[in-house]
Design a protein around this ligand. Structure first.
Ligand code: 3SL
Length: 282
């Protein structure tokens, strides 16, 4: 009788290394603990309908006229004229309820797009606020997993690697570590757990954010299971599938159908506007 092989767990320490991994058949977990993927969890747990990850500022801004709220940061600071920056606290707001948000951040949203362009089987978003739900979902799926750390401008960073290690530990012996990076992350998490303050206080992004007076945000992003949601990329946008009934395929089909309907409604609205403008001009 053939015994099913365990699925593998990869840890990709920075998006610059993504092409070393075969992610086509894998679930990619995009990690940006400080702060993008933590903020996304907060927005979903406050009822955001969808988050559209966008790489560039101008593209993100263009969604404002399409009925989206727009969120974004560069160098940690909110982009002027955007509705939100990247603060988890700014999404604790009834303004996000039922809304679609287009979001651009220095590293996190780019990593999501990179995983999509390379044909990942599925892409989910992970951070301490949703760690346990994420891990139990990954175990249920029983597929190969790649933990993609967003890092900072193509460099690895401590907080994303520690989170990858925490996930590796939570997944226990259900997966096998295909490359040493999974073991490295696992060991870093183990050591960091003993000397939490030392690791955080010496990390580069912690210090970047502290300079911007964002210590409360850092603390908040490091708390476990505060926002148990499961943001999955369907089509071009993330949706919290923890609130949806049905199998994964059923959920995907119904969301894709809705995206198509919204697209049709939007282009019809544009036509109406256009004919009204023409009348005005004439
Ligand atoms: O790089 C990112 O995606 C951001 O999370 C960085 S920051 O914390 O908003 O500076």
């Amino acid at each position: 009788m053939s015994k099913e092989r365990k699925k593998y767990l990869h840890v990709c320490l920075t998006p610059a290394l993504i092409d070393q991994f075969d992610i086509k058949g894998a679930i990619v977990v995009v990690i940006d603990v400080l702060r993008a993927t933590s903020s996304m969890c907060v927005a979903f747990s406050h009822g955001a309908e969808a988050i559209l990850p966008v790489s560039e500022i101008e593209e993100c801004r263009s969604y404002k006229t399409k009925g989206y709220l727009i969120a974004g940061e560069r160098k940690g600071e909110q982009i002027p004229d955007f509705d939100f920056g990247n603060s988890p606290f700014s999404f604790m707001n009834e303004q996000v309820l039922g809304k679609k948000i287009a979001m651009t951040t220095t590293n996190g949203t780019k990593a999501i797009r990179m995983a999509q362009e390379r044909g990942a089987r599925d892409i989910v978003v992970g951070s301490f606020p949703n760690i346990s739900l994420l891990c139990s979902w990954l175990i249920e799926q029983n597929e190969n997993v790649c933990l993609l750390c967003s890092g900072w401008q193509d460099h690895p960073n401590i907080e994303d690697t520690i989170f990858a290690g925490a996930v590796a530990r939570e997944l226990g012996n259900q997966f096998y570590y295909y490359q040493d990076t999974a073991l490295m992350a696992d060991m870093l998490y183990f050591i960091a757990n003993i000397r939490k303050k030392y690791f955080m206080k010496n990390s580069s992004h912690y210090n970047r954010l502290i300079h911007l007076n964002l210590q409360k945000e850092v603390k908040y992003c490091l708390r476990w299971n505060t926002h148990p949601v499961l943001p999955l990329l369907i089509g071009n946008a993330l949706y919290d599938i923890s609130r949806q009934d049905g199998t994964l395929d059923e959920i995907k089909t119904s969301i894709l159908k809705k995206q198509q309907e919204d697209k049709n409604t939007f282009s019809q609205e544009l036509e109406v506007d256009f004919s009204q403008n023409t009348k005005d001009i004439l």
